[in-house]
Design a protein around this ligand. Structure first.
Ligand SMILES: Cc1ncc(COP(=O)(O)O)c(C=O)c1O
Length: 470
């Protein structure tokens, strides 16, 4: 039998590796204030540094960690710095980071209660906390996923089960071949992950009824009413809390009424926008969202936990579990009273990412969650107000949440070049997008670490970059 490649004095080895990892992690965190957000290296250099031949012999773990840090760090984008405004990327709260380290140390698998009573119970508790904070029905079921992508898959899988069961079809057993057709209705401005979820579920990305959206990207309820007039049979309607460009919210109350009049299932993609429900000041944006049948929301975006972490919630636990639960004779089950996490998510084995959510919520408390969400939105308002004072800069959206769309001199090229130049300067980071066929810069404030000074500095950088493009 081969000897283990791990040092016989494993405890000392692990302690040394963890101490070294902590030192390197702190070195990285200390660098966040000063370092360029983007990377100063190229793919070839990174490949040369990381792409050494795989050795035949084991290497000491400390050497491996040192090598990894030296090789990868130059290629790390500082997305958790307060000066990063690209995509919709959250930062990392200290308690969440610590809990994530513990989750890896414990190496727990929350697929089944028997594998980790601690993770299963934490999932149960965190589910209730989240439903309460997001003002969703307390009896809803919750699954923990890698991101809103899989939360969308899970919510729509539950919907597919529910609407087909209502017409006597068992989609899990019999698939979609020969099934009664399901009408899927989406807004024109749905996120790309809705299309991919429909693809995974055999419903088809193109085989949808698309409802036009208004200037902010909100689904038009009168067009939905007309579209649903002719629908007979299984129906799923996808709505959105937080458009990825504008931050706008669909009119949930009207959508829910129309969808449920036709016995449809309403799914809400609320990857970041659903967090508005936690804030008394912003809650009006999500009015009626609680009437939906399923919801997807990320934790790694606006709750500022490390990747990868999201939840799906479902108002019909039976449909949720029927669509997703795993069955095999060797799987040890407990009673329904104890949570088997794999019943509620498309995954089987997975990390206990719930511990980071637990720690984030405990460390923030209700007031901290509200303050983090509202402060990000105030920074977004400040971005818009400061940039709008420039005669050649237009703000394209109503800034209702944490997203700001900016355009320079009604000029696509100048707008794109401005974004590029800001990225090259390294102090702030934002990306360009396309909104209604025109180039725009998309600013997203989603990090607890962002300060008013970060915003003012980014505004100055954007204006100076825009002026260089004249
Ligand atoms: C509205 C919306 N839905 C879904 C997603 C996908 O989220 P994830 O990347 O966490 O899967 C995003 C990501 O930006 C989003 O903004």
């Amino acid at each position: 039998m081969n000897d283990s490649p791990v040092d016989p004095d494993a405890a000392t080895e692990i302690a040394d590796v963890l101490r070294l990892s902590q030192e390197l992690a702190l070195r990285y965190i200390d660098s966040l204030d000063k370092r360029d957000i983007g990377v100063a290296t190229d793919h070839q250099t990174l490949h040369a540094a990381l792409g050494k031949p795989l050795s035949d012999e084991p290497l000491p773990p400390q050497q491996v960690i040192e090598e990894l840090f030296e090789a990868a760090d130059p290629g790390v984008v500082a997305t958790s710095a307060g000066r990063f405004f690209g995509f919709v990327e959250g930062g990392v709260l200290p308690a969440a980071l610590g809990a994530d380290w513990l989750a890896s140390t414990w190496d727990q698998n929350p697929a089944f209660y028997v594998l980790s009573p601690a993770a299963a119970t934490a999932e149960e508790v965190v589910s209730q906390w989240l439903l309460d904070l997001l003002r969703l029905p307390a009896e809803a079921s919750v699954g923990f996923t890698t991101g809103a992508q899989l939360a969308n898959v899970a919510g729509l899988a539950a919907g597919r089960h529910h609407v087909l069961k209502a017409v006597g079809w068992d989609v899990e057993a019999d698939g979609l071949q020969g099934a009664p057709p399901v009408t899927v209705v989406v807004g024109e401005e749905r996120h790309a992950t809705i299309g991919r979820a429909l693809r995974f579920l055999g419903l088809g990305e193109r085989n949808v009824t698309v409802i036009p959206a208004d200037a902010q990207g909100r689904l038009d309820p009168s067009a939905l009413a007309s579209a649903l007039r002719d629908v007979d049979g299984p129906l799923i309607v996808c709505a959105q809390a937080g458009n990825v460009n504008t931050g706008a919210f669909d009119p949930f109350q009207e959508i829910a009424e129309l969808c449920h009049e036709s016995d449809g299932w309403m799914h809400v993609d609320g990857a970041f926008g659903l967090w508005a429900a936690a804030s008394p000041r912003l809650r009006h944006l999500t009015s009626g969202v609680e009437l939906a049948d399923s919801w997807a929301v990320d934790a790694h975006k606006w709750l500022n936990v490390p990747y990868d972490s999201a939840i799906v919630a479902c108002a019909h636990p039976d449909s949720h579990r029927s669509a997703l639960a795993l069955h095999a004779p060797y799987l040890i089950r407990h009673t329904d009273a104890l949570r088997d996490g794999s019943d509620w998510t498309p995954e089987s084995s997975r990390r206990a990412r719930v511990f980071a959510i637990w720690a984030a919520l405990r460390s923030l408390g209700r007031k901290g969650v509200v303050s983090m969400i509202e402060t990000c939105c105030e920074h977004a308002e400040s971005f818009a107000a400061q940039l709008a004072t420039h005669p050649e800069i237009d703000i394209l959206n109503d800034v209702v949440l944490n997203q700001v769309l900016v355009r320079m001199g009604d000029d696509d090229e100048r707008t794109r070049q401005t974004a590029r130049r800001v990225q090259e300067q390294g102090r702030s980071w934002l990306a360009d997008t396309v909104w209604h066929g025109k180039a725009a810069i998309r600013i997203s404030v989603s990090d607890h670490a962002t300060t008013a000074a970060d915003v003012t500095e980014a505004v100055r950088t954007i204006i100076s970059a825009a002026e260089q493009q004249l």
